[in-house]
Unconditional design. Structure first.
Ligand SMILES: N[C@@H](CCC(=O)N[C@@H](CS)C(=O)NCC(=O)O)C(=O)O
Length: 203
């Protein structure tokens, strides 16, 4: 299988972390591609030009980080990152939704800033959205969520937070959110994260 990625993408990083956590690295070749580039080698596989994109051995193309995660979770015999049988009372799906929505919100805000798309009122709205989401995540972590054996929700939340720290510095989230901060510091030490760390940008 081939996993197309870009080193700065938090979504592609989720897939790369999952590959490592599930012990699938020997079965998947990672291929770095350019984005927003009409000459990108990704386009014949995914005309939408987005990463992550996974090509299965039979040529089937999967995109969307969470769909790739769900597929990879079927490719091993160990404990599931994403239980789909209700055995965890659907907590992982619930938290996964919260975490990916947070990453999406930061990504929209980041794109508005990077490409000069946001009017001041729009940017202020994104800032407030991030504050609310960050406070809700701080409360969730303080209440015991996102704990226990590593699962899909923890991976996505950690990828979202580290993306914010390294590529969306305009939002200083750590100061008032010590539990969330400690959560990231613990997960970021795992080899799956240190091997896939994103380049920083000063935005
Ligand atoms: N919902 C998608 C988002 C993927 C996404 O937006 N990837 C960005 C990189 S962070 C991308 O490939 N952008 C290229 C473009 O916009 O042309 C997922 O979860 O995989």
């Amino acid at each position: 299988m081939q996993l197309f990625y870009a080193s700065g993408s938090p979504y592609a990083r989720i897939a790369r972390v999952v590959v490592r956590e599930l012990g699938l690295a020997s079965r998947i070749e990672e291929v770095e591609v350019t984005l927003r580039d009409p000459g990108s080698s990704l386009l014949p596989y995914n005309p939408g030009g987005k990463v992550p994109t996974l090509q299965l051995d039979d040529g089937t193309i999967l995109n969307e980080s969470l769909l790739i995660l769900a597929f990879l979770d079927t490719q091993h015999g160990g404990r599931k990152l994403l239980p789909m049988d209700g055995s965890d009372r659907w907590k992982t799906l619930s938290r996964l939704g919260q975490a990916i929505a947070f990453l999406d919100a930061i990504s929209v805000w980041n794109r508005e800033l990077r490409f000069g798309l946001g009017a001041p009122g729009v940017l202020a709205l994104e800032h407030k959205r991030a504050d609310r989401a960050g406070d809700a995540l701080e409360a969730a972590v303080a209440g015991g969520a996102y704990s226990g054996a590593l699962d899909a929700a923890q991976i996505v939340l950690a990828a979202a937070l580290e993306n914010t720290s390294r590529r969306h510095k305009v939002w200083e989230w750590r100061g008032t959110r010590p539990r969330l901060s400690a959560f990231l510091d613990t997960i970021a030490r795992r080899p799956s994260f240190t091997e896939t760390v994103q380049p920083e940008i000063n935005l």
